[in-house]
Design a binder for this molecule. Structure first.
Ligand SMILES: Cc1cc2nc3c(=O)[nH]c(=O)nc-3n(C[C@H](O)[C@H](O)[C@H](O)COP(=O)(O)OP(=O)(O)OC[C@H]3O[C@@H](n4cnc5c(N)ncnc54)[C@H](O)[C@@H]3O)c2cc1C
Length: 509
């Protein structure tokens, strides 16, 4: 039998990972990408400041949710150098003179949170229980079997399943922690993709899921040069393997009955046949291309709102932080700056952007020291750079029109730096920019809000998920694996990997 013909739409991380595995398995793979370059939301941009050019990460900045087997098996591990800061993270709350240190060692963390935040709960037990849930999720990733609640109950027990999977983040926090600050810090990831209430069912699940990367044991780090090298290298590897790529090519129609795709390239309509179609796009595009009117209406009803933005920052001299330590990784440690003091204020700020015209309601900012990480990787660059990922933003305006928001966030970060006068350039991206730049529905980083009704086993488009989780509707030859599918977005490629394995199993039957 001849090799199955696979057509992959979308050359973001998930389309690229799926194409890599399918090609390595002997399939005949063609990729069609709307943009003029590959990468989706994992791409670079360049800026020229005073005649000097510097690349920076336009979308994603840090790597952590990828599985180490994906990094190795795709061929990326042979070509890319990584760096993970091993210094404690620094957390600042309003009015703090000194940061709280988030140590890796649970016993040291326990002591620090008790001393600084008056924490009297079970920090070590939380970390140990979360690790059990993470192992369960990782086993599912490897075997490409999205879990069910029954699987979770059997593997980790009903108590951990209720606490970490089906329950709310607030219940999970109240179970292990006593201090408001511990709860806010630990629950920060719940609202990372969008305005999710800590009381939403299944909101607890985002915590173990965001820690379930195995590439750096649940931690986050950097790629020498920049994270976009993940997608550019993957494109190169795929090309060497024989994947046929068409750029600046928009798929405009799919004839699912006859296995044919129609796309436009430079004003010319083209078509190609497929045995299997893999949609590595956002879910709305997937539904518009292959869904019937009921399926499309169902997808349109999903919650897609994003409320996170990004500020890219350049300094023309190395940044000198006011707080740190003598440890060599202190300059690259992750920094978290909260603008709210208690969990009710946090929750109110998260949800306020939904029903008011506020462009910006300060919540927290996560600061990634990309320039310092490049120095540790011996990668010389003309500028020191930061990526500031922050909340809570409306969907109504573009970053270029909101200089006051840009200024406010910049001041929050510069207040922690000894040499703010060396900051020479910033660029703000709002959810509206993410919607327009990357086609993210509602400007959401994960293509969809990770919340009740669209989390865990719900994040699929199949009529019968138990037999084909990544299939679209009842279509036997159409699969979907963009970030809107399980487990979630991020530069992980887990949906792309899991989808490719399910497709290969189905094709071999
Ligand atoms: C500002 C920002 C910061 C982020 N930070 C991080 C981070 O630090 N770490 C992290 O892990 N993740 C981060 N993320 C999330 C991460 O970037 C995304 O979840 C991930 O890149 C999505 O990958 P994907 O392959 O599923 O989809 P996409 O990257 O969205 O790729 C889909 C591709 O499909 C193409 N396409 C769509 N329609 C068509 C069509 N009709 N025909 C042909 N092609 C089509 C698109 O052009 C696109 O290239 C961030 C995202 C943003 C925007």
């Amino acid at each position: 039998m001849s090799a199955p013909k696979i057509l992959v739409v979308g050359a973001g991380i998930n389309g690229l990972v799926a194409a890599n595995y399918l090609r390595r398995a002997g399939c005949d793979v063609t990729m069609i990408e709307r943009a003029e370059r590959i990468g989706g939301a994992c791409v670079s941009e360049t800026v020229n400041v005073n005649g000097v050019t510097q690349p920076y990460a336009l979308g994603a900045s840090v790597l952590g949710l990828m599985q180490n087997f994906v990094f190795a098996e795709t061929g990326l591990a042979d070509r890319l150098e990584t760096f993970v800061p091993n210094h404690a993270k620094f957390v600042f709350f309003p009015g703090d003179d000194e940061p709280t240190w988030i140590h890796r060692d649970p016993a040291m963390l326990d002591k620090e949170l008790a001393d600084k935040w008056g924490e009297r709960g079970e920090v070590e037990a939380f970390r140990a229980d979360e690790a059990t849930v993470v192992r369960f999720l990782q086993e599912g990733y490897r075997s490409a079997v999205p879990p069910s609640i029954n699987d979770a109950n059997a593997a980790i027990g009903e108590t951990l399943t209720r606490l970490f999977i089906s329950g709310s983040a607030r219940e999970l926090m109240d179970h292990y922690f006593t201090s408001e600050r511990s709860k806010m810090y630990m629950a920060m990831t719940v609202t990372e993709s969008g305005p999710v209430s800590l009381d939403d069912p299944y909101s607890a699940f985002t915590l173990p899921m965001m820690d379930s990367g195995s590439i750096f044991d649940g931690y986050y780090g950097f790629i020498k040069g920049g994270i976009w090298r993940i997608t550019t290298e993957l494109g190169r590897i795929n090309d060497e393997l024989g994947v046929d790529l068409h750029l600046s090519s928009s798929v405009v129609g799919v004839d699912t009955d006859n296995g044919r795709v129609i796309w436009e390239q430079g004003g010319t309509e083209k078509s190609a046949e497929f045995d299997y179609l893999v949609l590595g796009t956002d879910p709305l595009t997937a539904s518009r291309l292959v869904g019937d009117s009921e399926q499309l209406a169902g997808t349109e009803k999903q919650r897609f709102r994003g409320s996170s933005g990004k500020l890219n920052v350049m300094f023309d001299k190395p940044i000198r932080w006011k707080h740190g330590s003598g440890h060599e990784h202190s300059d690259s440690a992750f920094r978290f700056i909260f603008s709210v003091n208690d969990i009710e204020e946090y929750e109110a700020a998260t949800l306020k952007v939904l029903d008011t015209e506020n462009d910006y309601v300060p919540g927290y900012a996560q600061v990634y020291c990309e320039g310092a990480a490049m120095r540790h990787l011996c990668h010389d660059e003309p500028f020191d750079r930061l990526a500031v990922f922050f909340k809570n933003l409306s969907l109504s305006s573009r970053g270029a029109d909101l200089t006051h928001v840009e200024q406010q966030v910049k001041e929050t970060v510069l207040a922690r730096i000894e040499n703010p006068e060396d900051c020479v350039w910033t660029r703000l991206l709002m959810p509206k920019d993410l919607q327009e730049l990357f086609l993210f529905p509602g400007g959401n980083l994960d293509h969809t809000i990770l919340t009740g009704g669209q989390t865990f086993f719900d994040r699929n488009y199949a009529d019968d998920p138990s037999t084909g989780f990544y299939r679209y509707g009842s279509l036997e030859k159409v699969y979907v694996c963009g970030s809107g599918t399980y487990p979630c977005g991020s530069i992980a490629g887990t949906p792309g990997y899991m989808c490719s394995q399910q497709l290969l199993r189905a094709a071999s039957q």
